[in-house]
Design a protein around this ligand. Structure first.
Ligand SMILES: [Zn+2]
Length: 192
């Protein structure tokens, strides 16, 4: 917990984690003695931000490409253990972050339904280089919760439907919009 607080406060200093979530979180630190349930809920939000920062660090390790995003992904169990991670082009020139992370776990792993997959970018809903999109792979794996930082812009695909398809299939999708700018900044070369 101390780590989470420290990391978020560092992020605030660096200007990467701002917005209502952070202020709500800091406010709750003062209120926790008389409202412990609220403390618990913001602790979960702080954990989401911390894991997304971990995914962001992976995204920064990607070999930059002119034709694909740099993305990081982490799969975390319900009890807060990292199960697998991946980033764009880590295993081969076409690998996607979510695909890479999922590929490190056995199909039917019983921890997956309660796990959260953190991805710095909305999972793709169509792709040319592979038969199955990351959205399809996430659904096939039975992941119950997905957290994203950045909705896919219409740079390579006109209308990414990852968010909509996951939600429609019953997956809980959390958007950490306060980190969208950071996820985009890792891909600044695509917009220059
Ligand atoms: Zn993908």
């Amino acid at each position: 917990m101390v780590d989470s607080v420290a990391q978020i406060e560092c992020a605030e200093d660096g200007g990467t984690t701002t917005g209502d979530g952070l202020f709500e979180y800091l406010g709750a630190r003062r209120a926790r003695a008389d409202r412990p349930w609220r403390w618990l809920s913001v602790t979960a939000a702080a954990a989401d931000l911390r894991w997304m920062e971990r995914a962001m660090a992976l995204a920064r390790r990607c070999q930059p490409s002119r034709t694909a995003y740099s993305v990081g992904a982490v799969i975390v169990s319900a009890d807060g253990q990292e199960l697998a991670s991946g980033y764009s082009r880590d295993r081969d020139p076409h690998a996607h972050a979510e695909e890479s992370a999922l590929g490190k776990l056995a199909a039917g792993d019983p921890r997956l339904p309660a796990a959260t997959l953190y991805s710095t970018l909305e999972p793709c809903s169509e792709r040319a280089s592979r038969p199955r999109s990351c959205t399809e792979l996430i659904l096939a794996a039975g992941i119950g919760r997905v957290a994203i930082a950045w909705r896919e812009p219409d740079l390579f695909v006109a209308d990414c439907r990852g968010y909509e398809l996951l939600t429609a299939a019953g997956v809980t999708v959390v958007e950490l919009a306060e980190l969208a700018g950071t996820a985009r900044s890792v891909n600044a070369h695509l917009f220059s």
